[in-house]
Design a protein around this ligand. Structure first.
Ligand SMILES: Nc1ncnc2c1ncn2[C@@H]1O[C@H](COP(=O)(O)OP(=O)(O)O)[C@@H](O)[C@H]1O
Ligand SMILES: [Mg+2]
Length: 364
């Protein structure tokens, strides 16, 4: 019998994906065996304050999503002491933790910032490190690394807000080379927030304004019309393995925020109905993508599959959704790794990664 591990699940946060993160946290919590894990629930409210909660937040009202409310629970901070990482609540209670699971999507959670803080505190945490997380959150940077690793990416243009402010004609000119329709998206967000499908030239400006209201950088991409959306889950550190691929069949025009988390807006087909050769190739490319950004622990790699372009990488997510309708755990289940086993492995991988850094003397 191994020692009961003390886990801190950190969720919520300052990003537009706050509520999604709370839904993910709830389903991870439900999967954890209380005999083996003691769980501390750390909710970050929308102002960025950490709170230790006694229960997960519930949704207020029909159709609403749960959020971490101000003033709930006790304030908590992470104590940074050599070889001893603890969470300390306002009343002075100090609890050492074995692993942190940051289930935070988007900026300040998935982008390397909290990972940097956890590195400083020397505490093992699930998922990619600072570099992998930062690149995984940046759709422009990851595309550059994917291309360097020989992966095919969607034809695109990267637009910084300063370029858009200075010379709009030049941006229109660059966009026109990609044809129509286009997808315009913030470079550093997820969950389809701020994304617009542009069918007419005259709508490009508004779409860019929208995307640039969320991030200082936007992407204009050629629309992969009629593409199938295939995803693949990766798990591991040095020897990552890929799951069977799954397919998203959106009912809406694209797999948007509502389709992902609110409605039953998309059908998930796991395993995806693919010829064995294509499936194998997608698994191989997923591991290439995982390594290209130097991810660790887990990631979900999303592809477009078309007759004319073949397998094209869309993006990588270093903290994939863990909601009851999320693909990442579903794809592992279809590959023979149950939800609780998956979570166990993620904790082991986090401890392995941290132990290595400790040995190297990098960790305090
Ligand atoms: N270039 C594209 N061509 C076709 N569909 C796209 C394209 N880019 C995004 N989409 C659609 O929008 C969804 C969300 O875009 P994505 O880049 O995956 O952003 P997010 O990080 O928000 O998931 C995709 O799942 C897909 O349905
Ligand atoms: Mg996506």
């Amino acid at each position: 019998m191994t020692k009961r591990r003390r886990i801190a699940i950190v969720f919520g946060g300052r990003s537009a994906e706050h509520e999604v993160s709370v839904v993910s946290a709830r389903s991870v919590l439900a999967a954890l065996d209380p005999e083996r894990y003691e769980v501390l629930m750390i909710g970050i409210d929308k102002q960025g304050r950490w709170r230790q909660l006694d229960a997960l937040p519930a949704a207020l009202g029909k159709g609403a999503l749960p959020a971490v409310h101000d003033q709930e629970g006790r304030g908590v901070s992470l104590a940074r002491q050599p070889g001893d990482s603890a969470l300390v609540t306002d009343d002075g209670t100090r609890r050492e933790i074995d692993v942190v699971f940051p289930i935070l999507h988007g900026p300040f959670g998935e982008d390397g910032t909290i990972q940097g803080m956890l590195e400083l505190a020397g505490v093992p945490y699930v998922g990619a490190g600072v570099l992998g997380s930062a690149v995984g959150m940046d759709k422009a940077m990851q595309k550059a690394l994917f291309q360097a690793a020989g992966l095919r990416v969607v034809p695109h243009e990267v637009v910084h807000d300063r370029d858009w402010e200075r010379d709009r004609d030049a941006i229109h000119e660059r966009a026109s080379r990609l044809g129509l329709p286009l997808f315009v998206k913030p470079a550093t967000l997820g969950s389809s927030v701020g994304i617009t499908k542009v069918k007419r030239r005259e709508d490009l400006a508004a779409a860019l304004e929208e995307a640039l209201s969320y991030a200082s950088k936007a992407l204009i991409e050629r629309s992969m019309e009629g593409a199938r959306e295939i995803e693949c889950a990766v798990l591991g550190n040095d020897d990552p393995i890929a799951s069977v691929p799954g397919e998203i069949v959106p009912n809406a025009e694209f797999y948007d925020y509502r389709a992902k988390y609110l409605d039953e807006g998309a059908a998930l087909v796991v395993p995806a109905d693919l010829p064995p050769g294509v499936s194998e190739e997608i698994r191989r490319l997923s591991v290439v993508a995982f390594r290209a950004i130097e991810a660790a622990g887990m990631a979900r790699v999303d592809f477009f599959l078309t007759e004319s372009d073949g397998i094209v990488v869309n993006e990588i997510n270093t903290i994939p959704g863990f909601t009851p309708v999320s693909m990442y755990p579903k794809m592992w289940e279809a590959s023979g790794v149950s939800y609780p086993e998956l979570i166990d492995r993620l904790f082991d991988l986090a401890i392995e990664q941290n132990a290595r850094e400790r040995k190297r003397g990098r960790t305090l």
